[in-house]
Design a protein around this ligand. Structure first.
Ligand code: MN3
Length: 241
């Protein structure tokens, strides 16, 4: 005689198997969808708590996992109705914004810009103990001395530009690729430097409140000053060359 009465534990186990079986087609569907989506969120190159104490773990989790993921999702959504442009590299979408259908431009400007800016941002930083071992290489040092006098002066100008930017946006160290001259620039919202100039972004800091509010509240200036402890000058030098 078969005992059809199941213990509570067995019921739970069956429930778990049943749920797993149910979940499988959905996760496969999600994977298939992700594979066909033009853009995906790049993983952080370090743990979310690696940039402490300058940027806290909770800020990193929300900033990368929610904000940046949101730009990626919305960029993909904007491209859904424009399959001809879904295979374009992000730099081309941003750099040739005026050539895109008008109905696509806003999505690329805001969310494509957000995706590009944040991707550069994560790569520009290192945990403090690693960042302090990096320095501008010979070519970048020469350019900094020519265009700003000293690195300290560059940092002061960068901080002042970031602090003076009204509302949300980005502050940049940029290079003119034809002359090698360095510039401090700002862009509003999620505008990419690639939209408005031929300057190449070497280093950008995010001055949206979501980037610093949990640690610094309204003290944007303090955030801008502390942030240098995270800058990966090796990466910046590589971009310059
Ligand atoms: Mn941000």
């Amino acid at each position: 005689m078969i005992n059809l009465r199941l213990t509570r534990r067995e019921t739970l186990q069956m429930g778990a198997v049943g749920l797993a079986a149910l979940a499988l087609p959905f996760s496969l569907a999600e994977e298939a969808q992700a594979a066909t989506e033009p853009f995906t969120l790049p993983p952080l190159p370090y743990a979310t708590d690696a940039l402490e104490p300058v940027i806290g773990s909770q800020t990193m989790q929300i900033h990368h996992g929610k904000h940046h993921q949101g730009y990626v999702n919305n960029l993909n959504k904007a491209l859904e109705g424009h399959p001809d442009y879904a295979s374009w590299p992000l730099e081309d979408l941003l750099g040739k914004l005026n050539e895109l259908p008008e109905s696509l431009q806003k999505g690329v400007r805001n969310h494509g810009g957000g995706h590009h800016n944040h991707s550069l941002f994560w790569q520009s930083m290192l945990p403090p103990e690693k960042a302090k071992k990096t320095a501008p290489d010979k070519a970048l040092t020469a350019a900094i001395e020519r265009d700003f006098g000293t690195l300290e002066n560059l940092q002061k100008k960068f901080q002042a530009a970031g602090a003076g930017l009204f509302g949300s946006g980005w502050v940049w160290l940029a290079a003119d690729p034809s002359t090698g001259y360095l510039n401090i620039r700002t862009t509003p919202n999620q505008d990419s430097l690639l939209l408005c100039s031929h300057d190449v972004p070497l280093l950008g800091n995010d001055v949206w409140e979501h980037a610093y509010y949990l640690n610094y509240q309204n003290r944007r200036g303090d955030y801008l000053k502390a942030w240098w402890d995270l800058v990966n000058w090796e990466k910046v030098s590589e971009r310059y060359s």
